[in-house]
Design a binder for this molecule. Structure first.
Ligand SMILES: Cc1ncc(COP(=O)(O)O)c(C=O)c1O
Length: 396
């Protein structure tokens, strides 16, 4: 803390809130360290270990001395592997020269924030949404311009809601599909209309595809790049590829932005982790793919267990989440205090779930996010404990 003689830290810090789930996780871990069995339904990462072929490639990279700086944009082999991934998975042609390897999707969001906004300008985004997005923008004196989203809007931006919320300072829109905390996909026709609207305004479209691969419907969503080649696409090795702690992601940018983004990447990070990049080359092998697909099926089974189980408890799930590993549930009307309930459930029943207030403001205290990145038996225990917590909660 600055002392009374210091000038104080930058004003922007007043508008950047802590990421509550990290505090919740720390408390849950402290209870666990004290000997309690805690059910973690707050976590935002797969419970599975990194697939073995990726781990082996990481070890081999270390032993081979791949421990030096790489080009700021990332190693050419990985950018080429990603270009092949776009061709195979989405039938989209992406020049590897447009791909930047970053420190997770977070590094990609940071680059976008630095690139796109002047002070006071903003990007439209959903409320609820991934909270760090608006804080990334704040770090560059921009702002997340929040658009309330409900189950009736598929919890997504739409052409109509974006047009209705457009301000003089708006420079574009940022959306995630599948989204955090709702697991909702944007409807493809809606994305086409939204992209056309943004293009006509000469604005920016940023799409976070970090939960791609983790969708559970009969068809897989396409990349926005098939609709709008000039979109900025954020992605990551964290979720589908199970590499959260390796800190590796990527950003696809329009060709004209490459020199500017390269300048930023050089100055902000020098380069992404060399070891993680060489490890990630193995993420595209059939062996790794098989493992990741098995995990996807496990997630689908867990979602299909958790959604009806929560509904049985009186927690509303207005829309079946199509992807990611979260259920965004509405608390019974008599309760509607997600922060107090989250604390009660953790402290007294040792089940951790994230209050809706971590994801925005719109009806946030009426909602909680339940992660199903846990085995089925653990989720079943979590549901039992949630029932006890609901039965014993006394609203203030
Ligand atoms: C929607 C969304 N975007 C980006 C991130 C950042 O993840 P990472 O930096 O690990 O890729 C997360 C993490 O939970 C997320 O949920």
């Amino acid at each position: 803390m600055p002392d009374s003689n210091s000038p104080g830290y930058a004003r922007r810090l007043r508008e950047i809130q802590p990421f509550k789930v990290m505090k919740l996780l720390a408390r849950a871990n402290a209870l666990q360290a004290a000997g309690h069995h805690v059910v973690h339904m707050e976590v935002g990462e797969p419970d599975f270990p990194t697939p073995q072929p990726i781990v082996e490639a990481g070890v081999a990279a270390l032993l081979a001395g791949q421990t030096k700086y790489t080009p700021a944009q990332g190693i050419p082999q990985l950018r080429e592997a990603l270009a092949r991934h776009y061709a195979d998975e989405y039938a989209v042609n992406v020049d590897p020269a447009r791909i930047f390897i970053t420190a997770g999707g977070s590094g990609a969001l940071l680059l976008c924030s630095a690139l796109l906004l002047n002070p006071g300008e903003g990007l439209l985004m959903t409320d609820p949404g991934y909270p760090c997005n608006r804080h990334f923008l704040k770090a560059f004196s921009g702002e997340g311009q929040l658009v309330p989203a409900t189950a009736a809007d598929d919890y997504q931006l739409s052409c109509a809601s974006v047009a209705a919320h457009w301000q003089a300072s708006t420079r574009g829109a940022l959306l995630a599909s599948p989204a955090n905390p709702t697991g909702a996909l944007i409807d493809e026709a809606e994305l086409v209309a939204l992209a056309a609207y943004i293009r006509q305004r000469g604005a920016y479209l940023v799409v976070d595809e970090i939960y791609h691969g983790l969708t559970y419907g009969a068809t897989r969503p396409g990349s926005v790049l098939a609709i709008e080649p000039n979109a900025f696409v954020v992605n990551s090795f964290s979720k589908y590829f199970g590499m959260t702690g390796w800190r590796l992601g990527w950003l696809v940018v329009p060709e004209a932005a490459v020199p500017e983004v390269e300048k930023l990447a050089q100055n902000l990070f020098i380069c992404p982790s060399s070891i993680a990049q060489y490890a990630a080359l193995a993420a595209f092998t059939p062996r790794a793919r098989d493992i990741m697909e098995q995990q996807r099926e496990a997630f689908a089974g867990r979602r299909d267990f958790l959604v009806p189980a929560l509904r049985d408890l009186g927690i509303g799930v207005a829309r079946l989440p199509e992807g990611a590993f979260y259920v965004y549930g509405s608390l019974p009307a008599w309760l509607a205090d997600s922060e107090a309930f989250s604390q009660h459930a953790l402290e007294n029943y040792h089940v951790a779930a994230t209050p809706g207030t971590d994801f925005g403001f719109y009806r946030a205290n009426e909602h909680m996010r339940f992660s199903y990145a846990q085995p089925l038996d653990v989720l079943a225990t979590g549901v039992d404990r949630l029932r006890l917590a609901l039965d014993s909660f006394v609203p203030a």
